[in-house]
Design a binder for this molecule. Structure first.
Ligand code: MN
Length: 437
């Protein structure tokens, strides 16, 4: 597991002035990766690193030939349209690149004049999905979400007996994953309305969000070769925000016996920026289980995981209705929580996923599952916040919502902050619901 080093020093300042502003998501201690190009251009997408309100263009850095050795190799890999080649290089090379970028972007760096010419303003950029995602797996790592949803779907039997032993997940759909700014049609499908004798067909009436984090796999493991807890995090490139849009009425009718299908695969939105595990090192916290709960089986347990396997990432969901947008009011916060409440860690997800020999590949994506916290205002889905649609959420302009309406936009935000460390953020993950076709 990555330890604190000189790149985390909260006193570091960058010659990119906007990176030194209080409250920026992208100070020099963060240095997350995305795939981008200039808006409206026919340029190739390429990798970039966020610094303040700018993007350091890795293709331009590669052409400038500033870095040699592992850092130079990593820049060449990062200059590709998607980040799979960089992800495949592994944690020691990622770390060498981070150190080189940190030193080159600091105040007083000899590389300032060269790198200045490699900056593109974020305001002029558009983003791509950062990796070719071969496989997408959605986990279910919040026991609070699992219990809340279980109560709604199975009042007599909310938390199934396997939950506290198995990191539950299902194989999702990679082709419909889009990057922040994604707009999608309200899904149409089959539902069984309460009390009805026959199913009906039409636009989803209970369209929901799921506040999740996305975990990008870096290095591969061979088919048949499980990844032990001690090596699990070495396989992980970084973390982004993820909204797993969910059609609850379709889900309720289709999910037994094999789990979610069309209720989930019409759209999934991720943030463009991937924050590396190394950047998150100051925000590691202990992985804790309630005293009465079973401890993880030995293959899912390690001392390092117990000591610092969890991350304290602050999370927030904003909802913007068309009326709020027309009035220029911005979005209203409907949920605040932290990733620290998750029941299973990133390392446990990797180890469990591969324990049967399943092979992960660079650019594979895990969803954390809806990250609801222990109290109702920390619930990461409308179905929980509204008690299954019974209690509408009041919005500041007098409107209210149970489920999403056409034109609604949802904005996820994430950040980490604490005394003695630089605040770092994930940027935004925004998606908008269009009317059904
Ligand atoms: Mn989900």
């Amino acid at each position: 597991m990555t330890m604190i080093n000189e790149t985390h020093d909260p006193a570091l300042r960058s010659w990119v002035a906007s990176a030194n502003l209080a409250g920026t998501d992208f100070p020099i201690q963060n240095l997350p990766f995305a795939s981008f190009r200039r808006q409206g251009s026919d340029e190739s997408f390429r990798g970039g690193v966020a610094i303040g309100d700018q993007i350091l263009d890795l293709a331009a850095v590669a052409r400038a030939g500033l870095f040699g050795g592992d850092a130079g190799q990593a820049v060449l890999a990062g200059a590709q349209p998607q980040l799979n080649a960089l992800m495949a290089l592994g944690p020691s090379v990622w770390s060498v690149l981070r150190l080189a970028l940190s030193r080159a972007l600091r105040e007083g760096s000899a590389e300032q004049a060269t790198l200045q010419a490699c900056l593109v303003p974020q305001a002029q950029a558009e983003y791509g999905v950062p990796a070719r995602i071969g496989d997408y797996t959605d986990f279910y790592t919040s026991v609070h979400h699992a219990t809340n949803i279980g109560k709604l779907f199975r009042p007599d039997n909310p938390l199934l007996p396997n939950y506290k032993w198995v990191p539950i997940g299902y194989h999702g759909r990679a082709s419909s994953i889009g990057v922040s700014g994604q707009q999608f049609r309200r899904p149409v499908g089959q539902t069984m309305p309460p009390g009805a004798a026959l199913p009906s067909f039409g636009p989803c009436k209970r369209l929901d969000i799921e506040l999740e984090l996305g975990i990008f796999v870096g290095t591969a493991n061979e088919l048949g070769d499980p990844v032990a807890m001690a090596q699990a995090e070495d396989r992980v490139f970084g973390i982004c925000l993820l909204n797993d849009w969910s059609a609850r009425d379709i889900q309720a009718w289709e999910y037994q016996p094999l789990g979610p299908f069309l209720s989930k695969n019409f759209a999934t939105t991720i943030s463009p920026w991937i924050v590396t595990l190394e950047a998150l090192a100051p925000y590691r916290v202990a992985f804790e289980r309630p005293a009465d709960d079973p401890q993880p089986l030995p293959y899912l347990d390690s001392e390092a995981n117990r000591q610092r396997g969890a991350f304290d990432i602050q999370l927030q969901v904003g909802l913007e209705t068309p009326k709020m947008r027309e009035a220029g009011q911005g979005d209203a916060t409907i949920c605040r929580t932290s990733y620290r409440h998750a029941y299973w860690t990133v390392a446990q997800m990797v180890t469990h996923h591969t324990v049967n020999g399943c092979n992960l590949q660079p650019g594979d994506l895990f969803g954390s599952g809806t990250l609801s916290g222990p109290t109702l205002d920390q619930a990461g889905a409308l179905i929980e916040l509204t008690a299954g649609g019974k209690n509408p959420i009041p919005l500041p302009n007098g409107e209210s919502r149970t489920f999403l309406e056409d034109g609604d936009a949802v904005v996820l935000r994430g950040w980490c902050e604490k005394p003695g460390a630089a605040r770092i953020g994930f940027g935004e993950c925004r998606g908008t619901v269009l009317p059904a076709r």
